[in-house]
Ligand binder design. Sequence first.
Ligand code: DQA
Length: 146
Amino acid sequence: MRICVLHGPNLNLLGGREPDVYGRLTLEDVNALISSHAESLGITASIQQSNSEGELVDAIQDARTWADAIVINPGAYTHYSIALRDAIAAVDIPAIEVHLSNIHSREEFRKISVTAPVCAGQIAGFGANSYTLAISAAKQLIESRE
Ligand code: DQA
């Protein structure tokens, strides 16, 4: 089982970026957590970060050729990127949207996700554990479809 994990814009700054909101773990720390959780479930997680909308679209399109599911934190693109929404809708593998923070308890503009409606589900508010929960959910989803 292979899962494509995508981090969107500004997540490369984790650890130093608004630590009260996003925690003190760096992206490297979060990726280590994702990899070890995935490994414990027998999953290969391929992890990428990009600040660019087009690169994320390319990565989603590419994932359809090799991945069983996508776990994506679209960052701020969550709230307005129709291009990412269309890419997720275009591929026939399930996607799970992840957020470190609980976007529903923050500013009004963050409560809107244009990407969540085309995902299998959304996990938000558990810090780095949002990703490990999403990996577990993706595994169950893939197995239930087999
Ligand atoms: C985020 C929430 C977004 O609103 C924000 O733009 C981010 C991070 C999160 O993980 O909590 O960049 O996706």
